[in-house]
Design a binder for this molecule. Structure first.
Ligand SMILES: Nc1nc(=O)c2c([nH]1)NC[C@@H]1CN(c3ccc(C(=O)N[C@@H](CCC(=O)O)C(=O)O)cc3)CN21
Ligand SMILES: O=c1ccn([C@H]2C[C@H](O)[C@@H](COP(=O)(O)O)O2)c(=O)[nH]1
Length: 276
């Protein structure tokens, strides 16, 4: 495919343009964590997944954590133990210190949204079923925003609601993220949903289309300003490409080793503190 040829992949800077916009025009706001932010309400970015895999290049992004976190969601897991056993610590700060539990967060809502009659809905299995049987449906949606259970969650879902769309044999995905930590969270969120779109396309014999990221409260934490200035002084590279080495029997059969990212040209990593 042309899209895998480095010379033909364009250099895109949607994320950097977004970051610059919020840095230059954001309003000062206090926030739950006590850190303070610069914030803009409402923003949208579109990534054509045929132009490459949207992994931010203006700093090194730790893809291993992103893949593991997505596989952990797809397991329906909500305990950090499985992540920790694999060296991923990104959820540690929010977990119960003794049990490792986070309450009914993403994985639980995706795979076993509770119904009033005591049964559960597997929203991901339903998506696969719908994409295969009625790809033109306008109802192919997953919601993590379970209003009745928000008070039991360690952190309310940030990437809360997503929809799939098929046209011309290509699968697109749009995410609504109600709250977006632009420096630390958003590079993870974009790559994670791009990856999920590739996996679902493979399972449903579709090509990939666009990933559309829509944000609500889009903020840069006040203690990330120096990092942001460093990052914005850099020139982006063309995106890498994603190779999925095997086609598992189901969307739930993927393993970490099934994924490889090729030609990831990036600038050095930039350390920052996460607001808890
Ligand atoms: N304030 C805040 N921002 C977030 O992005 C965020 C939360 N809280 N809470 C829940 C999850 C956890 N997420 C996180 C947490 C930490 C990193 C982080 O520290 N990333 C570093 C190191 C990555 C690694 O070691 O794997 C980075 O440089 O990207 C990223 C996303 C995303 N979410
Ligand atoms: O996937 C994620 C998870 C979390 N975030 C960020 C967004 C906010 O900075 C915090 C959550 O705080 P709230 O007060 O609940 O909004 O975490 C993210 O960007 N991506």
């Amino acid at each position: 495919m042309n899209s895998t040829t480095s010379a033909l992949r364009p250099v895109r800077c949607q994320y950097e343009t977004f970051m610059r916009h919020v840095f230059e025009h954001g309003a000062s706001k206090t926030d739950r964590t006590g850190t303070g932010t610069r914030s803009v309400f409402g923003y949208q970015m579109r990534f054509n997944l045929n132009e490459g895999f949207p992994l931010v290049t203006t700093k090194k992004v730790h893809l291993k954590s992103i893949i593991l976190e997505l596989l952990w969601f797809l397991r329906g897991d909500s305990n950090v133990k499985w992540l920790q056993e694999r060296g991923c610590t990104i959820w540690d700060e929010w977990a119960d210190k003794e049990t490792g539990d986070l309450g009914p967060v993403y994985g639980v809502q995706w795979r076993s949204w509770p119904k009033a009659d005591g049964t559960h809905i597997d929203q991901i299995a339903e998506v696969v079923k719908q994409l295969k049987s009625s790809p033109d449906s306008r109802r192919i949606i997953v919601s993590a925003w379970n209003v009745a259970e928000l008070d039991q969650m360690a952190l309310m879902p940030c990437h809360s609601f997503f929809q799939f769309y098929v046209a011309d044999g290509k699968l697109s995905c749009q995410l609504y993220q109600r709250s977006a930590d632009i420096f630390l969270g958003v590079p993870f969120n974009i790559a994670s949903y791009a990856l999920l779109t590739h996996m679902l396309a493979q399972q449903c014999d579709l090509h990939v289309g666009d990933f559309i990221w829509t944000g609500g409260d889009c903020h840069i934490y006040n203690n990330h300003f120096e990092q942001v200035q460093t990052q914005l002084a850099r020139q982006p590279f063309a995106y890498p490409t994603l190779n999925i080495k095997r086609k598992p029997d189901s969307i739930f059969g993927y393993e970490y080793e099934d994924f490889e990212v090729l030609d990831y040209q990036h600038h050095a990593g930039i350390k920052a503190t996460v607001a808890v």
